[in-house]
Design a protein. Structure first.
Length: 297
């Protein structure tokens, strides 16, 4: 998720599965529109219908596959929807352009998928456990409420600071509503050759690694080293400039980086693990976003 910078490349995480393999989403029990933020004609709220979830899956397909070049499963290509089994148990945070004169589910211009630890415990774990030892994080923090964020994307013409700020407003209001203690997920560099991102990965390794009490390691068979350059060769300014907007946004908020990168061949990305305890979020950002988000808690 790009929290503060200008554009979003659209990917935090992903797998390829047919929409036919996904169950119907479990939608909020209260079927009224759950508004979590508003800026002008744009609103962010939770999906409350199957049509809205499917429209979000269609947006994800256009961004991930048509635009970013991910490799689609044959059934996903036929349906033109990015869907997997986690869609059925997650909450779907959606940005709507209410100025558009079309059915509500066709007003969706941005999406984020949210999965709480209580949802994961009932339905087979977290999505990112395919790449990282998230299970160990959950075991070591049994009393904390965890929130996995993923499948972030924004329609091309809406990739502005305003849209991503609205996504963050919604995510923050959601965290407040559910008393979340820590957010996490995968963020991506485009391309499957870690050495091509040696500067950025080495900067993260040397400057942003998680403290031992929060560390999460890539699974052994997927582990790629991030320590690709000597510390003295790293130009910090150049490294930050080259960083994907999502990762820069998380770092500004106080996020830490897990141990090891993972290559996702299907999505054509090199992933890193983001860990953001709520207690680490800078008070100035809580003040900046929280004033608006708190109205929707």
């Amino acid at each position: 998720m790009t929290l503060l910078s200008g554009t979003s490349q659209g990917i935090i995480d992903g797998t390829i599965m047919s929409g036919l393999e996904a169950q119907k989403p479990i939608l909020p029990a209260n079927d009224e529109a759950v508004v979590l933020g508003r800026i002008g004609a744009l609103e962010v709220r939770l999906a409350t219908s199957q049509d809205e979830v499917e429209a979000a899956q269609e947006l994800r397909y256009r961004v991930f596959y048509d635009e970013m070049g991910a490799h689609a499963h044959s059934m996903a290509a036929a349906e033109r929807r990015d869907a997997d089994r986690f869609d059925a148990v997650c909450d779907h945070l959606l940005v709507y352009d209410t100025a558009l004169t079309c059915p509500q589910h066709r007003q969706i211009v941005g999406t984020y998928r949210l999965m709480r630890s209580d949802q994961a415990a009932k339905h087979g774990g977290f999505y990112s456990a395919d790449e990282y030892d998230v299970h160990q994080l959950a075991l070591s923090r049994p009393n904390l409420r965890l929130l996995e964020l993923g499948r972030s994307c924004v329609q091309a013409e809406y990739r502005s600071k305003r849209t991503v700020e609205l996504l963050w407003q919604g995510a923050w209001a959601y965290c407040r509503r559910h008393a979340i203690d820590v957010m996490f997920g995968c963020a991506s560099f485009h391309g499957t050759i870690p050495a091509a991102h040696a500067l950025g990965l080495s900067f993260l390794y040397n400057n942003c690694r998680a403290t031992p009490d929060w560390d999460v390691r890539a699974l052994p068979h997927r582990y790629q080293t991030m320590d690709l350059m000597p510390r003295e060769a790293i130009n910090n300014k150049a490294a930050l400039f080259s960083m994907p907007p999502m990762i820069k946004g998380y770092l500004r908020l106080g996020a830490m980086i897990g141990d090891g990168a993972v290559v996702d061949e299907a999505f054509g990305t090199t992933d890193v693990f983001i860990i953001l305890p709520i207690e680490r979020i800078s008070s100035r950002y809580i003040s900046y976003y929280g004033a608006d988000a708190n109205r929707f808690v």
